[in-house]
Design a protein around this ligand. Structure first.
Ligand code: ATP
Ligand code: LTN
Length: 335
């Protein structure tokens, strides 16, 4: 993905403001957002409309949206070079989503595993928004003619449906949308829970010992990693059936750049206690600059609001071009 200044690839991604991101969100997605921002034309959003599907408390949603915006800037994303904005500030997302809803089959939306999982987990609120969630996500991506979408493994199916919807629109109405590719990193694509390493690490896990939040204090990180579930072999090696150790090795590798073989050598003859202490240290060092920047930014709300306003304007300008094209092609009467 090497690009010259004039030939930059368009990268788009978004994250819901449903709580402080975890180490899983960071290693699986956000770290790649930052990495890609240096060489590409990057557009990143806080997906607040998506989070309405779980009906958050309004006051909390407002606070978390601002916090998530600060988190994105604290990753080191430059709001001058990249577009960083809040989804609901750019109404073109909802407008295109409606058009795309009419190009999505009921059957294909019903097959989304996230929809099935979430409806099973929350049978009391299986709303239509939850069902059309991937269509809004398709609108987020297609509006900007994105080439790449950095996401964790769990979002792959949503990228596939995005491509299917785009292809269908292009076939029916003529070439309009670029077909995006997912960008899924090797290590870190699926960070597992520290308490149940067969489940993905999730910020909505009711047991906080299962996840590390990006804003956890150093002492909390150390404690959580020390109490991570492992096995009884007491040998640091990457192997089938050693889910807990495999997960810690993946985390260690993402934070230090060391391969699994190097790690196995480093901890040859040592126990899990030493290994866990080293993993904790690596995570703490990885998150330190981010936490310092977050503290600095949240103290300057005026600056955050200024960036948010400018980001929405830039995003809306780009989004309108594609929306106009899609409206025209689909036969909507335009003034
Ligand atoms: P929730 O747990 O509240 O359902 P989430 O933690 O999955 O949400 P999202 O906002 O849905 O968070 O995801 C943001 C990004 O983080 C997505 O690209 C997603 O693929 C990625 N991601 C989420 N969890 C993990 C994980 N455990 N490992 C790697 N990537 C992850
Ligand atoms: N569904 C995504 C969040 C999201 C997204 C997007 C990701 C909303 N719109 C567009 C990539 C591109 C999730 O992470 N759960």
């Amino acid at each position: 993905m090497e690009n010259t200044a004039e030939n930059k690839k368009i990268v788009l991604s978004a994250i819901q403001p449903t709580g402080t991101p975890t180490l899983g969100n960071y290693l699986g997605a956000l770290k790649n957002w930052k990495k890609m921002s240096a060489e590409n034309d990057c557009i990143y959003a806080v997906a607040d409309l998506h989070s309405l599907t779980v009906r958050p408390e309004p006051q909390q949603l407002r606070r978390r949206t601002l916090d998530m915006y600060a988190i994105l800037l604290a990753l080191g994303l430059d709001p001058e070079k990249n577009i960083v904005f809040v989804q609901s500030h750019v109404p073109q997302h909802s407008q295109l989503a409606w058009i795309l809803n009419c190009c999505t089959q009921f059957g294909e939306a019903s097959r989304m595993t996230q929809f099935k999982d979430k409806s099973e987990k929350h049978p009391e609120n299986v709303n239509v928004g939850l069902f059309t969630y991937p269509v809004l996500m398709a609108a987020d991506i297609l509006l900007y003619q994105a080439d790449y979408v950095p996401i964790g493994e769990d979002q792959k199916q949503h990228l596939e449906i995005t491509r299917d919807i785009a292809e269908r629109f292009n076939t029916v109405y003529g070439e309009t949308f670029k077909l995006p590719e997912p960008y899924i990193g090797k290590a870190g694509a699926r960070v597992m829970s520290l308490q149940d390493p067969r489940q993905k690490m999730s910020k909505s896990d009711p047991n906080p010992k299962g996840f590390i939040s990006m804003l956890d204090d150093d002492s909390v990180i150390l404690k959580k990693i020390k109490s991570a579930v492992t096995d009884s072999e007491a040998k640091v090696r990457y192997a089938e059936g050693k889910d807990g150790i495999n997960n810690l090795m993946a985390i260690y590798s993402c934070c230090t750049g060391k391969s699994y073989e190097e790690t196995e050598k480093e901890f040859d003859g040592k126990g899990y206690g030493d290994f866990k202490a080293a993993v904790a240290e690596a995570v703490i060092e990885e998150l330190r600059p981010f936490k310092e920047e977050f503290a600095r930014l949240t103290a300057d709300k005026a600056y955050l609001l200024e960036c948010m306003t400018a980001g929405a304007e830039k995003a809306a300008h780009r989004a309108q071009r594609t929306l106009n094209k899609a409206m025209k092609k689909s036969g909507l009467f335009m003034l």
